[in-house]
Design a protein around this ligand. Structure first.
Ligand code: PMP
Length: 403
């Protein structure tokens, strides 16, 4: 049995807000003490700028930074540390690919996205498509909110250059068969970018097994700090791609006539990197590695099931997204109440949820909705959290019904 109550004690925020029921985990996760301590320790003991420093603090900072890269590489089973590019987050990772590799695409080339993408995996491709005359093709969903895989296959052709797909939908929780998608896309010579933002904290990620060309995620959605993320790609591919931002750290030589660039991953890391954040991220991954990941995943899914079974008893509630393969995320609307009003009432009862379009407006539009209320789970949530959510929701709906 996964002991969420004991684990919760490792998260200082809950000692400051003992009544807090935090169900906004798809937006960002709370941080265990191990992560906060690691960042503080870094600033107290190792702080300096990385690379080329001629003093011991610079060596310590560089070691901490490169050790963090190694930890990330191992965590996602990359072949080498050179495959790990540090970014600001998922959004920056996708923009990096769109603004570098994307520039190799030509008019008439096609990019396949799906209806359930986060705006971060739509807008950069739209901007690229406008710049280079590309066509975006969009995979439809079936009635359960899963990808219509037959439709996906019908969109693939020799014109397809990229399939960019989220592994888990942040809005309705559908899990995509990314490994299979990669196999299909590769048959047409297309590359695949997998947005792992909602997957990394909740399932064990093996980039070699998935077989994508690019994998991106954010530190803050895996118990780590904000301001840090990861772009993974094979070193060979990274070294074929021109740099994006120019500056210090990313060069081999600079003269006014011409500059040459460092090998990957450094060619994509212009300027002073977010060093402390990489240390915090590594601490988060080490912390997660110490947990029983299988039990943790089962725990989160069990909470989602408990929630959805409870919601099924409330006739005024409609759940959106019932894909057979679904993460610990539940989106809902109410017959006679606006999600925003419900969330405000829940907040007064110390229950934190998210409302709105969840940065997935095309998905919400396809469901005929402008917003939902979303509850999403993490390791520190408990069965009591779900019961309290359900009873508070019931009270709220009764109250709003009377008014
Ligand atoms: N993709 C998905 C599926 C997400 O859930 C998010 C964050 N909500 C992002 C991309 C963007 O992540 P970030 O804001 O950390 O860059």
């Amino acid at each position: 049995m996964f002991d969420a109550l004991t684990l919760k004690k490792q998260f200082p925020i809950f000692s400051h807000y003992p009544e807090l029921i935090y169900l906004d985990n798809a937006a960002t996760l709370q941080k265990p003490l191990a992560v906060l301590d690691a960042e503080r320790f870094y600033y107290e003991h190792h702080n300096a700028n990385v690379h080329r420093g001629a003093h011991r603090l610079a060596t310590a900072a560089t070691e901490a930074f490169e050790n963090a890269r190694h930890t990330v590489a191992q965590f996602i089973n990359a072949v080498s540390d050179d495959e790990i590019v540090f970014t600001r987050g998922t959004t920056e990772g996708i923009n990096l690919v769109a603004n570098t590799w994307g520039n190799t695409l030509a008019a008439g080339d096609e990019i396949i996205l799906s209806t359930l993408e986060h705006h971060a995996n739509i807008v950069p491709w739209q901007m690229l498509a406008e710049r280079r005359g590309l066509t975006l093709k969009i995979i439809q969903l079936d009635a359960q909110g899963a990808l219509d895989l037959t439709h996906f296959l019908s969109l693939l052709s020799n014109k397809t250059k990229l399939v960019a797909i989220s592994q888990v939908s942040n809005a309705i929780g559908s899990i995509q068969p990314v490994q299979w998608i990669c196999q299909q896309a590769h048959q047409y010579g297309a590359k695949v970018l997998v947005d792992g933002a909602q997957a990394v904290a909740h399932s064990v990620i093996d980039v070699q097994e998935i077989g994508a060309d690019f994998y991106v995620f954010s530190g803050h959605k895996i118990y780590g700090p904000t301001g840090i993320g990861v772009l993974w790609a094979h070193a060979k591919l990274l070294n074929e791609i021109p740099p994006w931002q120019g500056g210090g750290e990313m060069i081999a030589t600079v003269s006014f006539e011409r500059s040459t660039y460092a090998a990957a991953p450094y060619r994509f890391e212009a300027g002073t990197p977010p060093i402390a954040q990489t240390v915090g991220l590594a601490a988060a991954l080490n912390w997660l590695n110490q947990q029983d990941r299988t039990a943790l995943a089962e725990h989160e899914i069990a909470l989602r099931q408990q929630l959805e079974e409870g919601l099924a008893q409330l006739p005024a509630v409609k759940i959106h997204g019932q894909s057979a393969n679904k993460a610990a995320i539940t989106s809902m609307t109410f017959m006679d109440a606006h999600p925003y009003d419900v969330a405000q009432f829940l907040d007064h009862q110390h229950i934190a949820v998210r409302v709105g379009h969840h940065c997935a407006q095309p998905l919400l539009h396809s469901l005929g909705l402008s917003g939902t209320l979303r509850a999403s789970f993490a390791a520190y949530n408990t069965a009591q959290d779900v019961s309290r959510f359900l009873s508070s929701l019931q009270n709220t709906l009764d109250l709003l019904d009377e008014s």
